[in-house]
Design a protein around this ligand. Structure first.
Ligand code: ZN
Ligand code: ZN
Ligand code: FE
Length: 761
């Protein structure tokens, strides 16, 4: 073909291409290359036809892929030649509604640089307007009520555009062209400041008034993208302590927000990767190491070496933080473990005894969504909680398959829906243990099914009969069910994230999950592919007297593990743990074990951390999930090379890593008056050595050298980084989690991947 020969090409673009400024981008690109034709949104994404010199069309197709708008993502681009029509201009055509829509909706994002400039420009008509946005930024997932993504299908439907906004919205050359949430002070939503009775408080500038109240030490409920935050001045110890008291959250660390990186660096350390994450338009909470001495109020993150830090994301937050705070506490507005509030009336009702004032607005939140949490480990971003900014972007699966609804586990609930080669992992739902959380679960299933238009063909669930999610799945009638073992799902999630199918040696270290033998698993070495697994190793089973009671009170687990390691003689050990123990209460625990009353056996790694944390005097009670393990990690001294010795044996072809050897040696170290900080580090090292040696022995026996790591225990940076490093040093190929959390937030993805693999016969 001659470079100048006139041709016409048809392009079908799939991916995140709607509501992200894609059509104006195409329009401008076509103009730049002098091409005629059209662009339109339809059910599958964006269709383009371009006509002009062959060479110019090639350049257009190249630039289309390399110069994408910031929020756009092309998943698939199909091209074909079509007959020339002789058109001479390029136009944006009306959207086409379709039977099946597969265009992807973007996550909610931070205010872009252009909008930020206008927000603080006194000459701009949106100066200090708290709902400024454009095609490159603003709310998306949380305001979408239905598809296609158009204003009537968002919670902006109640705000008809004024003439000026409408002009911007309809002008292909404008950066607000088809920005569905576009608004201004004349036509859009507005903020309100209210007292706890819901009465409006008046002030010339409500956000400045809110800032002034925060500076006086008040606690404010502030409406964000996916729910409310409770805020107070993070440098005011009295205010932070009062917030803890009112929120009944004694010890869980609070997240904080600062205006910029420079301010963050005053109280926390952030390397290149951390800074990039903080600044990303997804705006997750990033775990950063505290600077010594501590600069924020001690009650922000007690007994923790890190702060959870984020930068402002919404215009309200940008305006508020610009009022000169070192940091604000910004914690999810919920009462103990209920899901966060989203409606104004709900917030005022539920937070009445907590907040002194409410900074609200009248743009509704459709989908509840928490802040995401990330930590940089082994040099990369690792998501610990996947929600705002990440949902609903899909995880690309290796193959096509049936539509699956996977309902996840119970703690750190999340659901997953699949369609084509995409797996949509929904936002973090919290612990599915109270009525509000269950409503949130059902709300999210309905919302995701609606906006993704997925009619599930298969339902996948955990094997635990008492999980709410399992019961929910079993009550759905008429659909085939696939039960997936918990730790198999953990490993399948890692495989799915990497687009692999196994087999691998799956290393699932977590709290608890229902095993196929009816006991509680949680320290598992599985040879697994997507379809099935074989348990080739695990921690030796230990008694867990009282089940859930022991999970809440690690001292019980410590007593049980001491008893398992030393027998009745444990009560005579000359260590601080025994001295401070009330023997009456300990005896009740021992009796439960001896009489086998409500004492399941567990191979859980989380419980071993609990036992060691309590034994070392670091934490006797979990006021929130994972507290004892987290505090044990935080306590570990750095640069300790010694390790508690491991003990591995093989029984009936299965490798057993025995927790009692760690308990024995920890007691010896305590008797030698070694500090708890050192023993904690030695425990981490010893457990890591035990895990590595078990992997090596399995490699020898089973001839498998790819290892996949999952389970909540791998949120532990010390253990995670050392395990990855040592496995790689021993020539294992290591698959790790990145954008899917290692905790039970990944279970739904794993379940979906397994259900798909099994359905493919
Ligand atoms: Zn913008
Ligand atoms: Zn307007
Ligand atoms: Fe788990």
């Amino acid at each position: 073909m001659e470079p100048s020969e006139r041709v016409r090409k048809r392009l079908a673009v799939a991916g995140v291409v709607q509501g992200v400024g894609f059509r104006p981008f195409v329009y401008q690109l076509a103009a730049r290359h002098g091409l005629a034709g059209w662009v339109l949104n339809d059910a599958e994404g964006v269709k383009i036809e371009v006509e002009g010199p062959w060479e110019a069309i090639n350049r257009f197709v190249h630039d289309l892929q390399t110069e994408l708008p910031p929020l756009a993502r092309i998943a698939d681009l199909a091209q074909s030649f079509v007959p020339s029509s002789g058109e001479t201009s390029f136009i944006i055509r009306e959207s086409r509604a379709g039977a099946e829509r597969s265009a992807l909706i973007s996550p909610d994002t931070n205010v872009c640089a252009d909008c930020l400039k206008e927000l603080f420009d006194p000459a701009d008509r949106r100066f200090r307007y708290p709902f400024i946005n454009c095609t490159n930024c603003g709310p998306r997932y949380t305001i979408v009520t239905d598809v296609p993504y158009d204003r009537p299908n968002t919670t902006m439907k109640d705000f008809p555009m004024c003439a000026a906004c409408s002009r911007e919205y309809h002008d292909p050359a404008d950066r607000r062209f088809h920005a569905q949430p576009v608004a201004c002070p004349a036509c859009g939503p507005a903020v309100q400041l209210q007292d706890p009775a819901g009465r409006p408080l008046d002030a010339p500038d409500l956000i400045r008034e809110a800032a002034a109240r925060l500076k006086r030490g008040e606690i404010l409920a502030i409406k964000g993208l996916g729910g409310f935050h409770l805020a107070c001045d993070a440098t005011n110890e009295e205010a932070v302590r009062e917030l803890r008291r009112r929120k009944r959250r004694e010890e869980k660390p609070f997240a904080v927000m600062s205006n910029d990186i420079e301010t963050v660096m005053q109280y926390a350390e952030a390397g290149e990767a951390e800074r990039e994450l903080l600044l990303s338009f997804r705006r997750p909470i990033v775990l950063l190491r505290k600077r010594e001495p501590e600069r924020l109020a001690p009650s922000v993150a007690p007994r923790n070496r890190s702060y959870g830090v984020m930068l402002p994301c919404t215009p309200i937050q940008h305006l508020l933080l610009a009022e000169g705070f070192t940091a604000l506490v910004m914690t999810s507005a919920n009462v103990s473990d209920e899901p966060l509030c989203i409606s104004n009336t709900e917030a005022i009702e539920r937070l009445r005894g907590i907040a002194d004032a409410f900074l609200v607005h009248n743009r509704d939140i459709c989908a509840r969504s928490d802040d995401s949490i990330a930590r940089v480990m082994a040099g990369r971003e690792r998501l610990l909680r996947r929600a705002r900014g990440y949902v609903p972007l899909p995880i690309a699966l290796k193959r096509d398959g049936p539509k699956v609804l996977a309902v996840g586990a119970e703690l750190k609930g999340a659901i997953c829906l699949t369609k084509g080669r995409n797996a949509f992992l929904g936002q973090h739902l919290g612990d599915l243990k109270n009525a509000q959380a269950l409503d949130f679960f059902e709300e999210t299933v309905a919302h995701l099914r609606r906006i993704l238009e997925i009619e599930p063909e298969i339902v996948a669930h955990d094997l635990h009969p008492d999980y709410f999610s399992t019961r929910y799945a079993l009550e759905l009638t008429g659909l085939p069910l696939v039960g997936v073992q918990h730790h198999h799902a953990h490993i399948a999630a890692v495989l799915a994230e990497h687009g692999e199918e196994g087999p691998v040696l799956g290393l699932a270290l977590d709290g608890t999950g229902f095993g196929t033998d009816g006991t509680i698993w949680g320290g598992e070495f599985l040879i697994a592919d997507l379809r099935d697994f074989r348990r080739v190793g695990h921690l030796a089973p230990m008694p867990l007297p009282g089940g859930d009671a022991a999970i809440a009170e690690p001292w019980r687990t410590a007593v049980a593990y001491l008893h398992a390691a030393f027998g009745p003689e444990w009560a005579n050990l000359d260590i601080p743990f025994v001295k401070r123990m009330e023997m009456g209460r300990a005896r009740v625990v021992i009796q439960m074990i001896e009489r086998r009353v409500n004492t399941p056996f567990t191979t859980s790694t989380g419980r071993l951390f609990d036992a060691v944390a309590s034994l070392l005097g670091i934490c006797d009670r979990n006021t929130h999930e994972g507290q004892a393990p987290m505090e044990l990690e935080a306590a570990a001294a750095e640069d300790v090379m010694s390790a508690l010795p491991q003990e591995i044996r093989r029984e009936n072809g299965v490798f057993l890593l025995d927790p009692r050897s760690y308990i024995h040696s920890a007691v010896e170290r305590l008797r030698d008056n070694v500090p708890a900080e050192t023993i904690s580090a030695e425990f981490h090292n010893g457990l890591c050595n035990g895990v590595i040696e078990t992997c090596e022995r399995i490699r020898e026996a089973e001839n498998i050298s790819s290892v996949a790591l999952s389970g909540g225990v791998f949120q532990n940076k010390l253990l995670f980084e050392r395990t990855v490093r040592e496995l790689e040093r021993k020539d294992f190929r290591v698959l790790t989690y990145q954008l899917v959390p290692p905790n039970d937030g990944c279970i739904a993805l794993g379940q979906a991947a397994v259900a798909r693999a099994r359905a493919s016969g």
